[in-house]
Design a protein around this ligand. Sequence first.
Ligand code: NAD
Length: 259
Amino acid sequence: MTERRTAIVTGSSSGIGLGIAEALARTGMNVMLNGIERPEEIENHRARLESYGVTARYSPADMTVPAEIHGLVEQAADAFGAVDIVVNNAGIQHVAPIDEFPDDKWNAIIAINLSAAFHMTKAVLPGMKSRGWGRIINMASAHGLVASPYKAAYVAAKHGVVGLTKSVALEVAELGITVNAICPGYVQTPLVQDQIADTAKARGISEDAVVRDVLLAAQPTKSFVTTDQLAGLALFLCSDVAASITGTALPVDGGWVAQ
Ligand code: NAD
């Protein structure tokens, strides 16, 4: 393909998704940003992406609403002519013991972290199949491979994302489309900042102790993973030399799941 490629990155108004969206724009791809914020709150990010000489748009499509996911894909196809790359990245977390876990949090986590990737994949695959090229990257987690207590919905959703990734990869393996999951360890984003207080409460320990004894205790490197490191892997998976990498769940976790 010689024309400019186009990517949708869900949940890219913040954190990991924003880092990946910026890396894609820097390498010359048009990008559709997405998140729950109002467009005016994201305008500085959208404009920064366009400073790389690409077109960037923003859609506040709600990943809990399948019709809005299909609408997002139509909007991107109208704006850019095609959708070549999708990063299913939107995600939320809630930390609580299972017997106190709120039903609405369970439903929201399954919808945003898992079902949205199903609906998005369904919406973009016909176009990718017709063009014979596509890249789908699902943001799973180390919690897609191993569990921690008090995160039942998140761990269930992320294990589901890994299963979805494998199944779709097999369906499209001969069509020039790869489907992979990235499994990050802890990254310092708002999603992690917010759960430190909840984890402290659930475990009855201080917030400093959560960072030291829970989060970084899981990572042998004793360092947080960075958004740049994740964006580097996403860019590689989007390249043509990554054509044989499909159906994988790739840990970027400082050695967490090696233990
Ligand atoms: P973040 O809180 O910084 O960003 C979450 C993004 O999702 C935001 O852009 C937000 O607007 C969007 N979002 C939330 N609800 C949405 C909805 N209903 N519709 C559309 N967008 C919605 O979080 P992050 O840490 O950057 O997480 C991004 C992804 O990486 C998530 O899937 C998360 O599970 C995964 N992840 C994060 C970590 C970590 O340590 N931060 C580790 C492993 C995996």
